[in-house]
Design a protein around this ligand. Structure first.
Ligand SMILES: *Cc1c(COP(=O)(O)O)cnc(C)c1O
Length: 347
C-alpha cells in the first residue's frame, strides 16, 4: 500500500543502518539456540540531535512552518532526550524553543552544573523553565497555555508539542520508519518475527505498529515499557491512532484505521524501580553491549528494553523466532548523569 505522507522537513540521516549483533546473540543464546538479534540504528539519525525524536520532529517542524509558528514549546524530564532534540532541531530550523522541564533546581543558580541533555538544551539556546514535580504533574496543560499566551503577546506564534512528540502528528515519523524497515528486511533477505522498542510516551510504538499494519508487515511490534503499565500503553497507542485518524479527515489523505485492528503488544515486566531508575542488571547490559558490539545503550530507555528482550530470550519468550530487530532509539546523553552507577573494571 502506498502511504500518503504529510509535509516533512528532512533533518535525520536516513535510512539508518540495520546491523546484526552476532556477539551479543552468541553471548545470550539459550541451549536451544535463539533468534538472531539485529539492531536498527536510530541512535544514528544525527549527531547531537540523534535518536527517535528526530523522526517525529521532521513532521512536527513542517507543521509548525505550515501554521506560521516561530516558536516550539514542549515538555519532559530534566534529562529529556525529546527536549534536547527539539532544542537543537529548532535551532537548525531557525525557530525558538521553550522547554518545560519537570523537577530539579535551576542549574545556573545552584552548585550542580547542568549535565547531559540539560547542558545541551542550554547550549542550543532554548529557554528552560524548571518546574517542581508537583506543579508539573498537576498543571501541565495550564503551563502550556500560559507560555502559548505569553508568546502570542510578544507577537510570536508557538506550537505546543506533547510529551515525547507523541500524538497523531509525531507518529508519522515511525510510520515512515516502519516502511524503511520493510526495505531493510528485503535488502538483508530476512523476515523478522518481532520489531522491538522501548515505550516511554508511546509514539514510537504507535507509529511502528500502525505503519506495520498499513504495509501488511509480517512482524509483530513489541514494546518494553519504561514507566507506565501495559494498559496505559495499550490505551495511549489507541489514542495516538485516533488522533492520527482525526488529522487525516480531509480529501486525498490516508483512510482511517480502527485501533482495535492493531496488535498492540506491551511488556511491562522490566520497568524496575521506576522511570529513570534502573537495576544493576541494566547497567551490566549497557556495559556488555558497549564491550561486545560498540553500541551505547542508555539506562532510561534502550538499556531497560534491551535487558527485557534478553531476559525474555532466556525465558523462551522468543523461541521459534529466527530474527528479531531491536530499534535503538538513542539516548546516549542520558548515560553520563548515571556515571556513578556503573561498575567499572579499571584493570
Ligand atoms: C523518548 C525515547 C524513547 C521512547 O519513545 P516514545 O516514543 O516516547 O515511547 C525510547 N528511547 C529513547 C532514547 C528516547 O529518548
Amino acid at each position: 500500500m502506498s502511504i500518503r505522507y504529510p509535509a516533512r522537513v528532512p533533518m535525520a540521516n536516513l535510512p539508518t543502518p540495520l546491523e546484526p549483533l552476532d556477539r551479543i546473540t552468541a553471548a545470550y543464546s539459550t541451549p536451544h539456540g535463539g533468534p538472531r538479534i539485529w539492531v536498527k540504528r536510530d541512535d544514528l539519525t544525527e549527531s547531537a540531535m540523534s535518536g527517535n525524536k528526530l523522526r517525529k520532529l521532521e513532521f512536527i517542524i513542517a507543521e509548525a512552518r505550515a501554521q506560521g509558528c516561530n516558536t516550539l514549546i514542549t515538555c519532559g524530564g530534566e534529562q529529556s532526550n525529546h527536549c534536547r532534540a527539539t532544542a537543537l532541531a529548532a535551532a537548525k530550523a531557525g525557530l525558538q524553543a521553550h522547554l518545560i522541564l519537570r523537577g530539579g533546581r535551576e542549574p545556573r543558580e545552584s552548585a550542580v552544573p547542568a549535565d547531559g541533555n540539560l547542558l545541551v538544551d542550554y547550549l542550543a539556546g532554548a529557554t528552560v523553565s524548571l518546574v517542581p514535580l508537583r506543579e508539573y504533574v498537576g498543571h501541565l496543560p495550564a503551563l502550556f497555555q500560559h507560555w502559548e499566551q505569553y508568546y502570542a503577546e510578544q507577537g510570536d506564534r508557538a506550537l505546543s508539542i506533547p510529551t515525547g512528540g507523541s500524538d497523531g502528528l509525531g507518529i508519522w515519523g515511525y510510520i515512515r520508519a516502519a516502511e524503511e524497515l520493510q526495505e531493510d528486511f528485503a535488502h538483508h533477505g530476512i523476515s523478522p518475527e518481532y520489531v522491538i522498542c522501548a515505550s516511554g510516551s508511546g509514539g514510537t510504538q504507535a507509529g511502528l505498529t500502525l505503519g506495520g499494519y498499513l504495509m501488511g508487515a509480517a512482524h509483530l511490534v513489541r514494546a518494553y515499557a519504561v514507566c507506565d503499565n501495559r494498559s496505559y500503553f495499550e490505551e495511549k497507542v489507541a489514542r495516538d491512532v485516533l488522533d492520527w485518524n482525526r488529522r487525516q479527515a480531509h480529501p486525498g489523505s490516508q483512510s482511517a484505521v480502527d485501533p482495535h485492528k492493531l496488535s498492540i503488544d506491551v511488556c511491562d515486566e522490566y520497568i524496575g524501580p521506576g522511570y529513570g531508575i534502573a537495576d544493576q542488571e541494566v547497567y551490566e547490559v549497557i556495559s556488555a553491549a558497549a564491550r561486545l558490539e560498540g553500541i551505547l545503550l542508555d539506562p532510561v530507555y534502550t538499556g531497560k528494553a534491551f535487558n527485557g528482550m534478553l531476559q525474555d530470550i532466556k525465558n523462551g519468550g522468543y523461541s521459534g523466532c529466527k530474527d528479531i530487530v531491536f530499534v535503538h532509539t538513542g539516548g546516549q546523553f542520558g548515560v553520563f548523569p548515571h556515571r556513578t552507577q556503573f561498575v567499572l573494571d579499571a584493570g
